[in-house]
Design a binder for this molecule. Structure first.
Ligand code: NAD
Length: 391
């Protein structure tokens, strides 16, 4: 019988037949989801015979949802994901106009998914701008709820910004605003709690996966109390909660200034295992790292709250309207997000099978059009079939 995944004593409790909600996604979501699901089911069957099986439960969001229900993000979808803890999603079309700024942001905020996790690795056969792309094997932990992304800003010329500038100048004695009459102002909150829960998750991930180094990436040299706080609180947390691991050498925590980080990932990427970053720095670094392994279209991602167990795994690309519905899209981003999901459930045999099968498929020269670079290319369904054959 299919069961809900539960979260008990800080751990997921997963039966042999868990129910996992999925959002198919718009545009290429329709092409990639059905093929990815076939790969997932075949890999579970291969790993556990008939002992284990996922029951996939469709929930609606995005354009498909709007067309069927009149709502871009129905309450039912949120409550189903809340109840089942874990979900996987394809890309969603962002509504133009209307109340919702971004469906992805709404989902992250609603479930307080504070860690954006992106493993970045190289697959042999993929074209990369680096000479030795295989040296990049880095997992990003980007803080997802704070920073300049909190959306606290006021537009130049409005009564609101005038009030904020008055307060800064008259009450706080700030004299450094260069053009006070024509400035927009934004606020950057970075908290101890927000930094600690993200950095603790990064350290736990490193220890669980037998990785030694956790690097705090920041701009604390300039932004002393926000970015500098992130660095300071990270070191304090490591000393307080992981003294044994630090002493034994099982864990090494260090830090690097964000601009130097962007140099070092090109020059000495092997220096990093797990990196923890504030929201904006994490946004830039995620795309830079994905691009250097040639994998902007095949990068997996997850947004996780390790304290409640809630997690949404997702293809990181958009709906690709230029190739939607043509069976041309690369399904690897959602396939590798599925690998992260199975790892999260503790079904590591499944994720190993899928990632090895993708490696083999690339090594044998099967690529979708985005990666074929002018050579013969395979459709989404043909590529997925090859992955299933290579499981
Ligand atoms: P996009 O990622 O959809 O497309 C950028 C380019 O990458 C296009 O040339 C596209 O063909 C290609 N591409 C993307 N995914 C691919 C795949 N799986 N296989 C092969 N090629 C692929 O970005 P965009 O054009 O800026 O955005 C289109 C729509 O997607 C917008 O409505 C945007 O809001 C939305 N979007 C959603 C998400 C999400 O839900 N996570 C993320 C980004 C953009």
């Amino acid at each position: 019988m299919a069961n809900k995944i539960c979260f008990e004593n800080g751990q997921l409790n997963v039966s042999d037949n868990p129910v996992i909600p999925f959002i198919e996604g718009d545009g290429v979501g329709r092409d990639i989801w059905k093929n990815a699901r076939a790969v997932f089911d075949a890999a579970v069957e291969k790993a556990y015979d008939s002992q284990r099986k996922v029951t996939w439960l469709e929930v609606l969001a995005g354009k498909k949802s709007f067309d069927e229900t009149g709502s871009w993000l129905p309450e039912q979808t949120l409550s189903t994901i809340k109840e089942h803890l874990v979900a996987i999603k394809g890309p969603l079309e962002t509504p133009v106009g209307g109340g919702i700024r971004s469906l992805n942001v709404a989902l992250r905020q609603e479930l307080d998914l504070f860690a954006c996790v992106r493993p970045v690795r190289y697959f042999k056969g993929i074209e990369s701008p680096l000479k030795n792309p295989e040296k990049t094997n880095i997992t990003i932990f980007r803080e997802n709820t704070e920073d300049i992304y909190a959306g606290i800003e006021w537009e130049a010329g409005t009564a609101e910004v005038t009030k904020v500038i008055d307060f800064l100048q008259n009450e706080m004695k700030v004299s450094k605003i260069r053009f006070p009459q024509t400035s927009s102002i934004g606020i950057k909150p970075i908290s101890i709690e927000g930094s600690e829960r993200l950095i603790r998750s990064a350290i736990e991930y490193a220890l669980t996966n037998h990785l030694t180094k956790v690097t705090l990436v920041h701009k604390g040299n300039i932004q002393k109390f926000t970015e500098g706080g992130f660095r300071k609180w990270g070191y304090e947390l490591a000393k307080r909660e992981y003294a044994k691991e630090l002493e034994s050498g099982k864990l090494v925590v260090d830090d690097i200034i964000a601009d130097n980080f962007l140099q070092q990932i090109l020059l000495r990427p092997e220096r990093f295992d797990v990196v923890a970053l504030t929201n904006l720095n994490g946004d830039y670094a995620s795309d830079a790292l994905a691009a250097q392994v040639g994998g902007i279209g095949i990068s997996p991602g997850a947004n996780i709250n390790y304290l409640t167990g809630h997690a949404i795994f997702e293809a990181t690309h958009g709906t690709a309207p230029d190739i939607a519905g043509q069976d041309l899209a690369n399904p690897c981003s959602v396939l590798l997000s599925g690998c992260m999901l199975f790892d999260y459930l503790g079904w590591t045999e499944v994720s190993e099978k899928i990632s090895k099968a993708i490696e083999t498929t690339f090594a044998k020269g099967y690529f979708t059009a985005d990666l074929a670079k002018g050579k013969a290319s395979y459709s989404t369904s043909e590529f997925a079939q090859k992955v299933i054959e290579n499981l």
